[in-house]
Every structure is written in structure tokens, then in C-alpha cells.
Ligand binder design. Structure first.
Ligand code: EPU
Length: 418
């Protein structure tokens, strides 16, 4: 298992290229199931989760290849409509094959994802929507078995805003008979990217990016042709946090700052300076950050996927900040590790209170989930002395070459394989 050894305390300076968005890549890869033929998708990051999705699609009979950011998926040979437990348990986003399989082949057998480190994360809303569209759903030995001759359009209201739920049902609706309305839909840029990709395949979708999406089903969809996915807004935000906390000066290339308005505004309040330049977005950290409160909410609110990194910034800010996590019930796993580095944080329910200290100190720490791991990297880069981050396979699931990118801007970071 690899670990990272980081000697912190240096302001990081230079240019960082932002990779394609993991959470856009995964649903768009599953959209290939909706067509029969050769799909080509650009700007796909080289990540463990992308490899897992490739294995899942190959296991279904598709031909998958990933080279230099280009993914090709030949979906004409899909003949197995199953997502097995072994793959779903490594990556919850595997559940995104459910609706495309039912929409195109009329059946799917998909392992139910269990709980995960950050919360229970049920998929009841995905199933409720699919059932409303006419699918017969059974739960058997830990698997969801869904069948339908042809899905039909329906009006679906989400009690809770769900990103992959909206994406799954948008894919179901794209090939259904009639019109589907998704109400209280997720508005994340990744949902819009999937909608744009589906539209390029011939789908009829209106309103993606708003909370009501209307999809008029079509008889068939063409394969994806040279679709380029959006840059990763959470990777962008993580590098903003790194520039901010190290008092650094990073220019983020190929990013889309308009996907991070809430993060940019909040970081500005803490003293981080942003400048649009020809090369990209320049992010300059202050001498000392100012404490600010934050509440995570679905897009366009402050993203839960940036909560851990923001909290790390607040550990050494001037003042006390209060962070409310409202999306997931257990997303404070990084707190115990940050405290081992000297942070002063107390938690009550979904609220964390962080009293800024003068500095963090290096320590051995353990990564517990993807964004918690990222927050430990952020902490280590500003901490005095050496931090060893164990179990960084979590980080490798969602950040492309993070250690290389950091080394390139002056970080003292080493990956050790043991
Ligand atoms: N929820 C339900 N029922 C459902 C679906 C969701 O109650 O059927 C609840 C969840 O338990 C949670 C809330 O709704 O409390 C929001 O969950 P959502 O479904 O939006 O999360 P997700 O689609 O499983 C995606 C991202 C996550 C990101 C969340 C929130 C992908 C592949 N994953 O998850 O990304 O945190 O949206 O923005 O898009 C990450 O990249 O580190 C990550 C966890």
C-alpha cells in the first residue's frame, strides 16, 4: 500500500493543469451503454475509479480502452447486464449502470452499494424513479434486479437532491417512451455535462442545470463522438486551498472557475486573492487566513466535496469558524487526523467548530475517504515537519498524479510503495 511523505511549510508556486472531472467522467462512461457502437470521450483522467468503471464495462462485454486521456468504449458487444458486488463495493458510482442497462436492454442486476465511510448513502430515490417509469424491481441476495419491456416517461420528484440519482434517471428517460419530468433535480455541472453529452448522442433534454429537467424519450441514441468532459472543479478547489494555506501562488490551467463560484467567494473572504490571467486562474494565499463559517449544500452552494479541505484551511486561520455539513451524515472523518496534527476542532452532530491555531505539526495520519485524504495533503503541505499519509489509495481514486503536480510546484513530497 502506497504512502505519501510530505515535508511541509513551503509556499507552493507555479502552474498546475487541472484534469478532467472524475464525477463527470464516470456517468458519461456509463452513457455509452445507451448506444451500440464505438464511443469516444476525451479528457478522461487516469484514476483508479476510471479503471474500475472500465473493468465494469468490460465485464459486461464492452470493449474498453483508455490512453492519453481518450477513452474508447465499444458498446455493441454488451451481453452481460450485471454489476457484481466486488466492483460496486470498490466504487459506488457503479450504480450508474443500472438505468442505462434497463433503458437499452430491459434488464439489469446490480449489487446494492452498502454504506460507506461518509454516510449510509441509500439509492432509494434511483429505484423510486425507475419504478415510476414502469420497471419491476426486486431485491434479491443484495442485488437490485430491474426489468422493463420499455420504460415510459414519468413525473419524478426527488425528496432529497441527488446527483447520481438525477444522472441515472436522466439516462433512463433518454430512451423511454414519452416525456419525463425530474423535479428538485441536482444542478451540479457534472449533471449538465452528462446532459450535454446525451444531447450530442441525440437525446432531447431541456433544463439541465435547473431544478426541473424535461426529457423527451427517443427510440435510439447514437454513440458518443469525441465528447470532451469538463475540468474537475473539486481538484481545482483543492489546489485553491493549497495555494491559500501555504501562502503560495498557483496558476490553475484549464479550469472553469464559474463552476466554483461559492468556493471562490468563500476563499476570497478568508483572504485568498484570485486573478484571471492569460495562462489561467492565479490563486495567491495571504500571510494568514481569516476564519469564516461555511455550510455545505448542493450546487450552486458550497460543495460537500470541498468541506474537508476548507476545514483544514480554517485550522490555522485567525479566529474561530463553524462548519455545517448538511449533505452527508458522517463526513468529519478527517477531524481526528487533523487533531493529531495539532488542530483544535470540536464536533457536535453535523457541526464542527474550529479554533485557528498558529501552526499544524507533521504526524503520521491515515486517509479514510477521498476528500478526507485530500484534506490531509493540504494539512501536510502547510505543517511544520514531516507528515506520513497512509492508505493513499483513496487519493488515487480521485486525483490524477497529485504528488507529481505538487512536486512540480515545489512541494517536498515522496510516494513510497510498501
Ligand atoms: N440520498 C438518498 N437517497 C438516494 C440518493 C441519495 O437519501 O437515493 C442522499 C444521500 O445519502 C446524501 C444525499 O442524498 O445524503 C446526497 O447524495 P447524492 O446522491 O447527491 O450523492 P452521490 O450522487 O452518491 C455524488 C458524488 C459525490 C458527492 C455527492 C454530493 C459522484 C460519482 N459522486 O455522490 O462525490 O459528494 O454527489 O455532491 O458523482 C467524491 O467525489 O468524493 C464524492 C463522494
Amino acid at each position: 500500500m502506497d504512502k505519501l511523505i510530505i515535508k511541509g511549510g513551503k509556499p507552493l508556486k507555479g502552474e498546475v493543469r487541472i484534469s478532467g472531472a472524475k464525477n463527470a467522467a464516470l456517468p458519461i462512461m456509463t452513457a455509452s451503454i445507451l448506444s451500440s457502437g464505438k464511443n469516444t470521450i476525451y479528457n478522461i483522467p487516469n484514476l483508479m475509479d476510471v479503471k474500475t468503471m472500465g473493468r465494469l464495462l468490460s465485464n459486461m462485454g464492452a470493449k474498453f480502452d483508455h490512453k492519453d486521456g481518450l477513452v474508447t468504449i465499444d458498446s455493441s458487444s454488451i451481453n452481460n447486464f450485471e454489476a457484481p458486488y466486488d466492483l460496486v463495493k470498490t466504487m459506488r458510482a457503479s450504480v450508474l449502470v443500472l438505468c442505462p442497462l434497463v433503458a437499452r436492454f430491459g434488464r439489469a442486476r446490480v449489487s446494492l452499494p452498502g454504506g460507506c465511510a461518509i454516510g449510509a448513502r441509500p439509492i432509494n430515490l434511483h429505484l423510486m424513479g425507475l419504478e415510476k417509469m414502469g420497471a419491476k424491481i426486486q431485491l434479491e441476495s443484495g442485488y437490485v434486479i430491474a426489468k422493463a419491456t420499455r420504460l415510459k416517461g414519468a413525473s419524478i420528484y426527488f425528496d432529497t437532491i441527488t446527483v447520481t440519482g438525477t444522472e441515472n434517471l436522466m439516462m433512463a428517460a433518454a430512451l423511454a417512451k414519452g416525456t419525463t419530468i425530474l423535479e428538485n433535480a441536482a444542478r451540479e455541472p457534472e449533471v449538465v455535462d452528462l446532459a450535454n453529452c446525451l444531447i450530442s448522442m441525440g437525446a432531447k433534454i431541456r433544463g439541465a442545470g435547473d431544478s426541473v429537467i424535461e426529457i423527451e424519450g427517443v427510440e435510439e441514441l447514437k454513440p458518443i463522438k469525441n465528447y470532451e468532459i469538463i475540468p474537475d472543479r473539486i481538484e481545482t478547489g483543492t489546489f485553491m486551498a493549497i495555494a491559500g494555506i501555504t501562502g503560495g501562488d498557483l496558476t490553475l490551467k484549464d479550469c472553469r472557475p464559474e463552476h466554483l463560484d461559492a468556493v471562490v467567494m468563500k476563499l476570497k473572504d478568508t483572504g485568498v486573492v484570485f486573478k484571471e490571467t492569460k495562462k489561467g486562474l492565479r490563486v495567491i494565499g495571504p500571510k494568514r487566513l481569516t476564519a469564516k463559517d461555511v455550510k455545505t449544500i448542493p450546487y450552486p452552494g458550497f460543495p460537500t466535496d470541498m468541506q474537508a479541505q476548507f476545514m483544514t484551511m480554517m485550522t490555522i486561520a485567525n479566529g474561530t469558524s463553524v462548519i455545517k455539513e448538511t449533505v452527508f451524515e458522517n463526513r468529519f472523518m478527517h477531524v481526528a487526523e487533523l487533531k493529531r496534527m495539532g488542530a483544535d476542532i470540536s464536533i457536535e452532530g453535523g457541526t464542527a467548530t474550529i479554533k485557528g491555531v498558529n501552526k499544524l505539526k507533521g504526524a503520521p495520519v491515515m486517509a479514510t475517504d477521498l476528500r478526507a485524504s485530500a484534506s490531509l495533503v493540504v494539512a501536510a503541505l502547510c505543517a511544520e515537519g514531516e507528515t506520513v499519509i497512509h492508505r493513499i489509495y483513496h487519493l488515487d481514486r480521485g486525483y490524477e498524479k497529485m504528488d507529481e503536480k505538487l512536486r512540480h510546484v515545489g512541494a517536498d513530497i515522496e510516494r513510497v510503495t510498501s
